[in-house]
Design a protein around this ligand. Sequence first.
Ligand code: WTA
Length: 644
Amino acid sequence: MTDSTAESETFAPPEEFVAAANVKADEYERADADYLSFWAEQSRDLVDWNEDFGEVLDWTNPPFAKWFIGGRINVAYNCLDRHVIAGNGERIAINFEGEPGDSRSFTYAELLAEVSKAANTLADLGIKAGDRVAIYLPMIPEAMISMLACARLGAAHSVVFGGFSADALRSRIIDAEARVVITADGSYRRAKATSLKPAVDDALSHGDTPVETVLVVRRTGQDVEMVESRDQWWHETVETASPVHECEFFDSENPLFILYTSGTTGKPKGILHTSGGYLTQVLYSMKAVFDIKPESDVFWCTADVGWVTGHSYVTYGPLAAGATQIVYEGTPDTPHQGRWWEIIEKYKATILYAAPTAIRTCMKWGEEIPAKYDLSSLRLLGSVGEPINPEAWRWYHRVIGGERCPIVDTWWQTETGSHMIAPLPGVMSTKPGSSQRPIPGISVDVVDDEGNSPAGPEGGLLVIRQPWPSMLRGIWKDPERFKETYWSRFENTYFAGDGARRDEDGDIWFLGRVDDVMNVSGHRLSTAEIESSLVAHPYVAEAAVVGAADDTSGQAVVAFVIVGNDVEDSPEISEELRQHVGKDIGPIAKPKKVHVVSELPKTRSGKIMRRLLKDVAEHRKVGDSSTLADSSVMDLIEESVAKN
Ligand code: WTA
């Protein structure tokens, strides 16, 4: 997604921004000179260690890294206690805005008390360091309170996005062996109370999970069934618990969380992150990329805590930095399309971090909507989750940023834990559509298929050359898959799965995934996972799924299915299959289109050529089909698609 003018078009940051910036241009050289000393220095500067670390990195058994060896740390202490001890207990940590218009705020001292109560409750339920807790909550403060309570106890959380189905929740609970689930009765979305608790009941109904207790937050007040001896209300347990909790300190490599993400096969991967390295790099990115000034900034990351962006830039980053942030429960167009801008005006947000898909949607609604609000408090904008097209970038810069706010286009992944490639806003001029340079201390490259560097001007594959502090430590319970997925393509080098190219200035442009992972509205979905859901439906004999370019969501899920002989092709079938996937995986996975076809394009060895289906879905002339077992298949497919 590039256009010809963008490469030479740059926007210099305002002078005052540069003068006050947290980091200066020499940062790159200092980091390049010795990246391990650089990270050690950042860590000692930004993190409160209870016991200092010795060795910075243990890379004796690659790809299994250990960072900040021997250091002892409590991540929740870093997000809460230390700010209170430093005299900032009265600063607002969270300004929560509910979709119906209710609001709550928590100072750091209040948030510490809430987290302590939740930690005491979890400890009473038998949760201790090394255990896992599943969190299935909407965007309400209790989501962050629960995550921090786990961190305080040294237990790992596994947050499951509230939009995922009961089945998705169940398989994640089983894989992580979670003993407690924290959920809510429901939440407010698009002016309706949606329910969450029934999905938990459903997930646990097979009796095959290790869950002993379900803690239920009351958000909407809707009727919920409580299973005796298993379910407990948050307001009857947490809210009555002691607000004082002395925390222990854990090894730097103590697991902090598992977060499941789509890979190229049907089974989601449990990405494991640990404590000291993760917190170091998240905090460094808050300082260098977001230029955070905790005493004056009001930070707003619009992501849900169900995704990694919500972990690093809602729960951990802003709080560890001691900043004030906004948390919003609902959708940008409820009750009106100016809701986000109204929130920015109300809380005087200074930094906004959002996904390109949301920017494109707001563009469609029209610039007269944000124009009604006072957005002059903003000083920096961020983008994440997918490539931002130059047109959306320029709109964001002009309409939302009033031409004064630098935009940081941040490339990273669930696996990388925090920002990897992004401009430093006080150091360089930004370029619409490019993430530009790796942050200091990070070494990336763009290589060709054989691993040669540099790749040609048309681009190649993005790789990461050196270990980094917030890197994933593995795939939960699957070390082989960890090696195979990320470290087998090129020796001792991390393969990200993204296509990229460098322009003449050396700036990096992302070209999308090179594997069977789709990116829909900044959310990762796997073609294989949706295909296996489709073939599990009794109508479907075979299925192939592709991500087709889409103006708003970046990509859209398009499915091609062969139905059984006894099933009549009709519009109802497509609709039924869409609903089936929505129910099976979650509404975000619902295909935009389901085409019933008589054949799928396969090679002689039986491999489905999704590339050709993508051409059809994107209404292009079908590419080279000479390796198909039967080349007439594509004509048949195009005919059926034209019909429906
Ligand atoms: C894509 C989200 C281009 C990329 C933080 C990556 C991006 C995947 C950008 C990770 C960006 C994320 N420009 N592409 N600024 N940010 N991506 O794990 O394909 O949900 O591999 O992490 O999103 O998605 P994930």
